[in-house]
Design a protein around this ligand. Sequence first.
Ligand code: ACM
Length: 538
Amino acid sequence: MKSVLIKLFLTCCLTTTIISCTQEKKKRVLNFPDTNLAAENLIPKPLQMIPTNGGFALDKFTAIYTSQNATGYEEVGQFLAKKIKAKTDLDVQVNVDEIPGREGVIYINQSDSLELETPEAYQIYITSDSVILNSNSAAGAFRGIQTLRQLIPEVSSDTLAEYPVWTIPTGKIVDSPNFEYRGSMLDVARHFFSVEEVKKYIDILAYYKYNVLHLHLTDDQGWRIEIKSWPKLTEVGGSTEVGGESGGFYTQEEYKEIVAYAAEHHITIVPEVDMPGHTNAASVSYPFLNGNGKTPKLYEGTHVGFSTFDTRKDTVYAFINDVVREITELSPGPYFHVGGDESHVTKKKDYIYFMDKVVDIVKQYNKIPIGWDELATANVDSTSIAQYWGSKENAEIAVKKGMKIIMSPAKKAYLDMEYDTESKFGLHWAAYIPTDSAYVWSPEAYDGIPLENILGVEAPLWSETISDISEAEYLAFPRAIGYSELSWSTEENRNWENYKVRLANQAPYLERMNVQYYPSPLIDWKKSKNTFEEIKKD
Ligand code: ACM
């Protein structure tokens, strides 16, 4: 009798028509080893988690169903299926015709529940036979599926089943971001990064629930975006980079490809054209722009503050109008970054005159101007945003004007700062920023900036010392993972001792993604393989 039952059980579990196997499948689920919903693999830490005892079996019978008349939900379901395939090799189907009695369903639903108070909020209910993810927008669903991805174990569970099963612990997760703006910046001007490299950076940012990638597209050393009405910007200004390498630029088609890829990851691209300083590459291309009285030459060094546009020429503003028009036409996001930092050779009155005019141009194209914190010193008001990178005085001016502030204090959030004196890349003019120091600070209460002014957090990665994505990854990771928690999770939910265990558990993901992270000795990495060292030694 016993052998007949075992045979029946195996037959049922091996067959793809699972209708008749309901009992056996349920039994198998109950046989799972203890699993407890906990944040041990989750970064950023969710607002609230309520574990129940049990496991949801992610296996070859699992299917995903999404709201079908809510924009973007099906795409979120497809994205999850693709990532499940990459992690487990399971082919999970999306919105296939319902099979009666199917177990193991992941539902991704649009919901107008008032509990989902922000567009990116989501709730997940995991039971032994279903996962229900509710959000009021596709962006919320997308953030929620990152949590699900992190809950799927790296290896399949040891069960009685004849086929692999990944056990997701049951319980309820309620989550919502602390800040609405959660960004990182790539300086593609000092060293150029290819479309594929930028896409890889987007992949990792999305996994940690970032929603902004700011591209620093222009600087003294290079102009990186095609402007059709001013072709020499890229022909001449795009030809160099720091250290004498060959530079590069994005065609408008390539830039659109980055914007679209970011949008699939619910990430907004913030384009930056830095001005009136940091403009040598533009002025070499079109010398009439130059306002520093010298003949501009291509520049491959790393000094700052020597260049400026001529702020008193109408033709300069006609040029800027074209640049802003062409870039905003390609950029669906709400922001345009005008730079405005370190204009050391622009007279103060000229700087104010210039920034006022540029902010007006940006607004004419229905974009919200962002500038580095110096922008607050122009005649701007609460409709512009200041990106704080270190000046308390500028931050105070911004607060008095009622401006929103993006927190990027160089001493804490600059990804290009060295970890310590042994760092292979980076600078240390602001600070050494080891992995703990990057995490242990409060964007909610920094330099006296009131919480109500803070739009969010951004971690900029300047590229003076790095020339490819693996070097960028060394500086960005693991610190950018910590900034995701600083911008998403509430202060009460953040704790270094707890975080460092969760960070250690990111190693398998980072290694699977071939991310050349810095293996900080402060972290007891789940896998201690130092891939970066190995690659560099080869
Ligand atoms: C900056 O670091 N110059 C914004």
